[in-house]
Design a protein around this ligand. Sequence first.
Ligand SMILES: *[C@@H]1O[C@H](CO)[C@@H](O)[C@H](O)[C@H]1NC(C)=O
Ligand SMILES: *[C@@H]1O[C@H](CO)[C@@H](O)[C@H](O)[C@H]1NC(C)=O
Ligand SMILES: *[C@@H]1O[C@H](CO)[C@@H](O)[C@H](O)[C@H]1NC(C)=O
Ligand SMILES: *[C@@H]1O[C@H](CO)[C@@H](O)[C@H](O)[C@H]1NC(C)=O
Length: 332
Amino acid sequence: MGRGLGAWSLLLLLGLPRSGAGDISTEKLWMVKERVVYGDDSGLPGPRASLEGGWGSGSGAAAPPAPPPASGLEPGMLAPAFTLDTLDGELRFPPAKEQRPRSFIFQAFTNKSGFLECLWSCQASLVALVNRLPQRSHVVFLSFDDSASTDVRWMKRQLVGVMEERLKNISMFKDLLSRLHFVPIPVYALGNWIPAIFYAWRCQDHNCGLAQVAFTSPELKLTVVAKRLDARYDWIMKIWRSAPYILRDGGDGCNISSRVKGAVAFISDEGNCSYFTKVINMATSQALGVLVYVRPGLPLQDMNCQGAECLTAINIPASIMHFQKDVIDALR
Ligand SMILES: *[C@@H]1O[C@H](CO)[C@@H](O)[C@H](O)[C@H]1NC(C)=O
Ligand SMILES: *[C@@H]1O[C@H](CO)[C@@H](O)[C@H](O)[C@H]1NC(C)=O
Ligand SMILES: *[C@@H]1O[C@H](CO)[C@@H](O)[C@H](O)[C@H]1NC(C)=O
Ligand SMILES: *[C@@H]1O[C@H](CO)[C@@H](O)[C@H](O)[C@H]1NC(C)=O
């Protein structure tokens, strides 16, 4: 108990590129560099829960690695007992004798993850849970962050909103709601064996960790770090390299632009054109990558292709992130 958040903030600070580092070119433009932060407790369970629970398509995470023996628990073992305080009262395992057998899926949120933010904001993934959660399966929703209490209330609102639209049958609505458990206490503070499992059985391959983008400018002596969500579809195969890139304004990306050649195109989500059109325009303009930012107040979205678009391979990486006023001001 008590180690989780300390580890996070420390790692985040250590990971920051130092401003004014010697390897930054003299060009007075912002640079963009990909990076991923890992923490001791970065066991983001989203992709794994989705595979087992049939919820969405996951992020391509590898099979769960074998946990170190220190956790004392291994896949296939009978889960030890637990008691959790939820928004709707106490949840106990094993259940009282008269109850039907149940299986539990645990999912912990952190808003430091663009993937989880999108998963919980996007109608399609919420609908998939509402429509496809197997009968008798229960899901326990938690948060890694200190804001767990507000996080899980928000998660519950997101899900209940979709359930109200989709589940007109009251008894089905009540049955599903009784199988969704929202725990308003951060994972590190649960005080039972569950945090150890989250930290030990963590995702260890690509697409794990908290994908970020760091902007630095020798001129402004400022570093801006933002979470990013990588496009992860068949049509975008390239991943970011870890060396710095030059960043240039590509407008809304609905037109070809000679400015972005040899640079990363920074484009808005506005304009009457799809993400596919934006990315293909920037690839045609010989950009090395694309960063789309969403307008203030909007959540990160999946950058998806439609129909025949998905057959076109694109050979530059693309990610989506939040609006960054400092970066935009410096570019324009
Ligand atoms: C998550 O973070 C984004 C900004 O990065 C913010 O707009 C959003 O409100 C946050 N969501 C929650 C549930 O805290
Ligand atoms: C609601 O769903 C239950 C279980 O599937 C079914 O038995 C019941 O008839 C349904 N009620 C209505 C009003 O459709
Ligand atoms: C962008 O392209 C569209 C159609 O492809 C055109 O109508 C529009 O004028 C262009 N805008 C700029 C600023 O070039
Ligand atoms: C472009 O605008 C038309 C008409 O307003 C609309 O039907 C279409 O969905 C828009 N396309 C995109 C990609 O926003």
